[in-house]
Design a protein around this ligand. Structure first.
Ligand code: 9MR
Length: 459
């Protein structure tokens, strides 16, 4: 305690004696500042989260620690594909909804984990391949992200798609075999379904600059350059008895690409170094201004998937461990995130709303608008389809491409033709739209598509 006070004074953060100890108000960060993980993280503009097994939300000893210490949660299993779509087209949100309610009632944000992963797929999906699987997986992303729209801080859109070892390439899986563009198709579908959620790629064994993290780095750089919607990278950080010396440098190089970074599944092998490693990981995050939060993969040691590793911050009785103290001290000592919100909001809202309504109001059929992200020799087109007042049971959007332009890749629609007049028809999950409802699809091409205008017909 004394040590902590000295440390805090030494770094002169703007925390004063006004922090009346003992006043517990879940939503006010200042009342508890410096004494719980959630308050200390919030004071630095960050979250501190835990993976939750919703079955434990009825265990009071568990909930006491969860609610006191954490202001973010992630479902350890309940939002995975096998849990949310056990039969194709039949969605089950019971566990995930329960967690979201708990979070909302206790001032916590929610990380969504995970829309697509090669593991924990329902049996029906494991048996699929090719375009059938591609369509089913994009439908899964669309449906689940739509269900949770507005409630998720960050989604792990794709989990663990890169191979271990030195290749730096993709992991083989049924998802990967649908085509190398499956990850970007998933991100585009997630953006269309929940434009407010931050969209993350999440993986493990990426705890330093190595072949795997570099493979991911190259993908993120490519996505950013082509306008594929990615906002964050999750570093799971299931750690052993040492920490890579370039752990922070690795986070920073991703942040420098223009994405947030998050520590998403932190747990550390027990032993002499555990507390030090927890402290070092927290410091690394605090030192990277785009590191927006840390999640530990469970609450108490006995809640952990790592069994006898005792890998978490609380012992099985809910007592704080040395690792906890190191994390709290690092949160309190670290710099806050520089506030940039004033720069963001003014750019989007004023430009959008006035342009849309005048153009498409009384359509009985549908209307379409396109936004192009072009570079020399290529482009990505994001197309918004808006149903008219009668709704649609299907739609078809046509473009006449300039000569030299050619469509190479399409998502969330089926293309006919690739040059000249190209038509895009809805796929099975996005054809039916209510009056005024919007869906999005996209395509990529070579050449230039500048000046193209879409025409939409509805059925
Ligand atoms: O902790 C999760 C455990 O309860 C599940 O049985 C397991 C299934 O594969 O998944 C565990 O969580 C994993 C997470 O979803 C992705 N990264 C690795 C985590 C630990 O295996």
């Amino acid at each position: 305690m004394k040590h902590r006070r000295v440390l805090r004074a030494a770094v002169t953060v703007a925390v004063t004696g006004a922090l009346a100890a003992g006043m517990t108000m879940a939503l006010t960060t200042s009342a508890n500042a410096g004494t719980t993980l959630r308050a200390s993280a919030a004071e630095k503009g960050r979250y501190f989260g835990a993976a939750v097994a919703t079955g434990k939300l009825s265990t009071s000893a568990y909930v006491t620690v969860l609610n006191r210490e954490f202001n973010s949660v992630v479902a350890e299993n309940e939002m995975k594909w096998d849990a949310t779509e056990p039969q194709q087209g039949q969605f089950r949100y019971t566990g995930g909804d329960r967690l979201v309610s708990h979070a909302q009632a206790n001032g916590m944000s929610v990380r969504g984990h995970a829309l697509l992963w090669y593991q924990q797929q329902p049996g029906w999906a494991q048996n699929m391949s090719g375009s059938t699987l591609r369509s089913a997986m994009i439908n899964h992303v669309t449906q689940v992200a739509t269900h949770y729209r507005g409630k998720i801080h960050s989604w792990d859109v794709v989990n663990e798609a890169f191979a271990d070892g030195g290749s730096g390439g993709r992991r083989d899986s049924n998802l990967q075999r649908t085509g190398n563009d499956w990850i970007e198709a998933a991100f585009r579908a997630a953006r269309a379904a929940d434009p407010g959620a931050k969209l993350c790629y999440n993986d493990y064994n990426t705890d330093g600059i190595n072949a795997k993290s570099t493979g991911i780095y190259n993908m993120v750089r490519d996505f950013k350059s082509r306008g594929v919607p990615i906002d964050c990278v999750g570093f799971q950080s299931h750690l052993g008895t040492s920490l890579a010396s370039d752990y922070q440098a690795n986070l920073q190089r991703f942040a420098d690409l223009g994405v947030d970074v998050q520590i998403t599944e932190l747990d550390v092998m027990t032993g002499g170094n555990q507390a030090n490693i927890y402290g070092a990981v927290t410091r690394a995050c605090m030192n990277v201004s785009r590191c927006t939060g840390i999640t530990v993969w469970g609450v108490r040691d006995c809640d952990s998937w790592r069994g006898s590793d005792n890998a978490l911050l609380f012992d099985c009785n809910g007592n704080k461990k040395a690792a906890y103290t190191n994390v709290l001290n690092a949160l309190n000592a670290g710099p806050g995130i520089p506030t940039d919100p004033p720069t963001d909001p003014p750019t989007d809202p004023p430009t959008d709303p006035p342009t849309d309504p005048p153009t498409d109001p009384p359509t009985v059929g549908c209307s379409a608008s396109v936004s192009l992200n072009s570079w020399t020799g290529g482009f990505v087109a994001s197309v918004k389809v808006t149903a008219g007042s009668a709704g649609t049971s299907g739609w078809n959007v046509g473009f006449t491409l300039p000569s030299g332009a050619s469509v190479t890749n399409t998502w969330s629609a089926t293309a006919s033709g690739s040059t000249g007049t190209v038509r895009f028809a809805n796929v099975n999950y996005n054809g039916r739209l209510g009056a005024g409802q919007v869906t999005e699809f996209g395509f990529q091409g070579t050449g230039s598509a500048s000046g193209v205008t879409p025409t939409c017909t509805a059925s």
